[in-house]
Design a protein around this ligand. Structure first.
Ligand SMILES: *Cc1c(COP(=O)(O)O)cnc(C)c1O
Ligand SMILES: [Zn+2]
Length: 373
């Protein structure tokens, strides 16, 4: 049952094969039988690793963890309506990407891999670099040259090799693919183990509201690392009979870079080429998400929807959240702006869950430009 499965040609590989894509070039998924011994889980430490039987790492001695996760889920008022918000900006490196990094780098240790490469607009790079530092695994992180200085400092001080690419986020992805021909690619978009870390978001949400599914989850989407992870997680809980339905997934993109929104609304087979513009939401500005068609399928199957937010709405929401005491980075404010937009359609009896994805302390230079409302 435990295996890697190609999403293109259906070929299977052992779970411990040191590959991150199929020989045909296809994306890999993981076949793994997750179980949820609820009585045991309840007695464990409040970390994302309490769902131990659902995480595809074999030996406990390989786990790389700071006891992260099980972040607080708190009620926040949005214009008179209550939304449950997970505080995922409280992770050790400052964003939810630690969920994926903890599982992926544990697996990298299990596979006895000594060096990895990764590319990122900042947060995935700092998460991989931080967990590699804990694991004492070498890593090289490729970033666009205009990445936030706070994220660059973090990657550098974790002692990763930092490779600044003169060009766009897409040029950065191209450069790392060259490097990944010779080195294991600890990618948050290609590597399937990353998604088996981000899926713990769904487990925690369901446990925190009493082992049931919310009605709606509002999630950001660039590469879809959280969205696809959450979709896997909710499906595993559904398959195990812990919850009785999938929540509807509302996916939020930045209006200045919204290829998935366009594909979804236009019912397109392929993700369209878009003319990407600068946006405050640097972390979700992904013009060519590698798992794009999977993301659209997940949203459709959940009976969900896509929405976009513009920079003005992002800025307003950022100011609003900070006023309430939540110091969040601009990319994280795209999700809270998405909540504001969704609230116009909300049914007052719905349980709506969302999150804060990243910490404002990472982007001081951008925060200094925001007027204080
Ligand atoms: C990575 C990230 C997101 C979500 O982006 P995906 O590419 O869809 O995973 C949202 N907010 C922040 C702060 C992030 O770092
Ligand atoms: Zn294949």
């Amino acid at each position: 049952m435990d295996k890697l499965i190609c999403t293109k040609c259906n070929k299977n590989f052992p779970l411990n094969e040191k590959i991150w894509k199929c020989r045909c070039g296809g994306l890999l998924n993981i076949g793994f039988n997750s179980t949820f011994p609820v009585d045991k889980i309840r007695k464990r430490k409040p970390t994302m690793w309490r769902y131990r039987e659902a995480i595809p790492v074999s030996d406990d001695k390989n786990i790389i963890s700071f006891d992260e996760g099980f972040t607080p889920l708190i009620e926040v008022d949005f214009y008179g309506k209550s939304v449950l918000i997970k505080q995922d900006h409280l992770f050790p490196t400052g964003s939810f990407k630690d969920r994926g990094a903890s599982v992926l780098i544990s697996k990298v240790r299990e596979l006895e891999i000594k060096k990895v490469v990764e590319d990122s607009s900042g947060n995935a790079g700092s998460a991989i670099a931080g967990y590699c530092a804990k694991a004492q695994i070498d890593c090289e992180i490729f970033v666009p040259h205009d990445t936030s200085p706070g994220k660059l400092a973090q990657i550098r001080l974790y002692k990763a090799k930092l490779n600044k690419i003169q060009g766009s986020r897409e040029d950065t992805a191209y450069a790392v693919l060259k490097a990944a021909e010779k080195c294991y690619y600890a990618s948050h978009s290609w590597n399937p183990f990353f998604f088996h870390g981000t899926k713990t978001f769904a487990f925690e949400v369901c446990e925190q509201i009493g082992w049931k599914s919310p009605d709606v989850v509002i999630l950001p989407v660039g590469n879809g690392t959280l969205l696809l992870g959450a979709y896997i997680g909710f499906n595993e809980l559904l398959g195990a009979g812990i919850i009785d339905k999938l929540p509807r997934i509302i996916a939020v993109q930045s209006e200045n870079c919204a290829p998935l929104f366009r594909a979804f609304k236009g019912n397109l087979e392929e993700i369209p080429e878009i003319d990407k513009k600068d946006t405050l939401a640097e972390g979700i500005a992904i013009a060519k998400p590698v798992r794009g068609t999977h993301i659209i399928e997940a949203v459709k199957r959940s009976n969900g929807d896509f929405i976009t937010v513009d920079d003005c709405e992002i800025k307003t929401s950022l100011i609003d959240m900070c006023k309430k005491g939540f110091y969040i980075e601009p990319t994280a404010a795209s999700t809270t702006a998405g909540i504001n937009k969704y609230l116009q359609k909300i049914n007052p009896n719905e349980t709506v869950v969302s999150l804060i994805t990243g910490n404002g302390l990472k982007t001081t230079e951008k925060m200094l430009q925001i007027p204080n409302g």
